[in-house]
Write a protein that binds this ligand. Structure first.
Ligand SMILES: Nc1ncnc2c1ncn2[C@@H]1O[C@H](COP(=O)(O)OP(=O)(O)OP(=O)(O)O)[C@@H](O)[C@H]1O
Length: 304
């Protein structure tokens, strides 16, 4: 193992502290502190306009923070050396591929620029993903362009892979192939992945950490397991007075039926069961939620 590889196994891949970003006089990102370590597969969730693209672009140094700082492998994001950039793969939300070129021409170019180019992977993925090497990129469909952008981002075996809505234009079969490829890629311990997507069910299969952006602020930065254990559905028999309900910590949602009801609670711990029993509730059962349900409840978007 090289010294560089050893360093990235143990060190922090990416770090941001009190990050703020203003655009056209508006605060888009506010007070964001986070770290990414080798082995992290981070899913970035947030409503339209919550700041996901702006955050990813700022972390990678495509724009300057108005306050705070961010760095990749210890190098300030906006001043990264070319060595550092070589270790990153990025798929932007909007296609930025040169339309007049073919994939074959692009590969030829990239192979010269990127020492760790994995020609075997490219040769395997192109037919598997039904991509033409000889068609001009501008004649490709949006989904085909997105797939090509993913191949290009993966082909130099980056240690940090950042994907901004990589599956938005992909059909269900292509999405499955993409996630399989991403899982293979994530198997190597020294790699880290950050990707944003609105398709939460897909994300759930691969990530081990979740970031939620709400109005430009990082409202959640938790491991997936922690989130599953923390946000739960509690079913009960009995009746809760309004005053009792208001006093329940972390209550995200509640609904009642003739014999009892359900509570969706944040920050759940087994110790809280006694407090609910003390409210006179019986037959209390606690069950988990899907990531999509958790996301909707945390955003107050799940209705009775
Ligand atoms: N150059 C800019 N000038 C002013 N405002 C901007 C600029 N770029 C983005 N914004 C605003 O910043 C906010 C966040 O945009 P961003 O694209 O980061 O959101 P997003 O979470 O990626 O959204 P989506 O899910 O729709 O892709 C939006 O309100 C957007 O209008």
């Amino acid at each position: 193992m090289s010294a560089d590889q050893e360093k990235s196994m143990t060190g922090t891949t990416l770090q941001a502290s009190q990050l703020q970003r203003m655009l056209s006089g508006q605060t888009i990102l506010q007070d964001i502190s986070l770290t990414v370590a080798p082995g992290d597969v981070v899913g970035l969730l947030g409503k339209n306009g919550s700041g996901k693209t702006t955050l990813l672009e700022t972390l990678l140094g495509f724009g300057f923070a108005s306050f705070g700082n961010c760095s990749v492998w210890g190098e300030e994001s906006t001043k990264m050396s070319s060595d550092c950039k070589q270790r990153i793969g990025y798929v932007p939300q909007r296609d930025e591929l040169p339309g007049e070129m073919t994939a074959k021409q692009l590969f030829h170019l990239y192979r010269q620029l990127r020492p760790r180019w994995d020609g075997d992977m490219v040769e395997r993925l192109m037919p598997a993903w039904e991509l033409s090497e000889t068609k001009r990129i501008r004649r490709m469909s949006e989904g085909q362009k997105q797939k090509l952008a993913i191949v290009l981002a993966l082909a130099h075996q980056p240690e940090l892979l950042v994907l901004d809505e990589p599956v938005a234009s992909l059909d269900p079969i292509a999405r499955r192939q993409f996630f399989q490829q991403l899982m293979d890629y994530a198997c190597s311990d020294n790699r880290a992945i950050i990707f944003s997507s609105h398709i939460v069910s897909d994300m759930e299969r691969i990530v081990n950490r979740i970031w939620c952006l709400q109005g430009g602020q990082l409202s959640c930065d938790r491991t997936l397991d922690d989130l599953y254990e923390s946000v739960v559905r509690v079913s009960y028999k009995g009746e809760l007075a309004q005053a009792q309900k208001v006093a329940i910590e972390g209550l995200l949602h509640s609904e009642e039926d003739r014999v009892g009801g359900q509570l969706i609670l944040n920050n759940w711990s087994q110790g809280r069961l006694i407090a609910l029993q003390n409210c006179g509730l019986e037959n209390i059962t606690v069950s988990g939620l899907s990531l999509e349900e958790i996301f909707l409840y945390l955003h107050g978007a799940k209705h009775e």
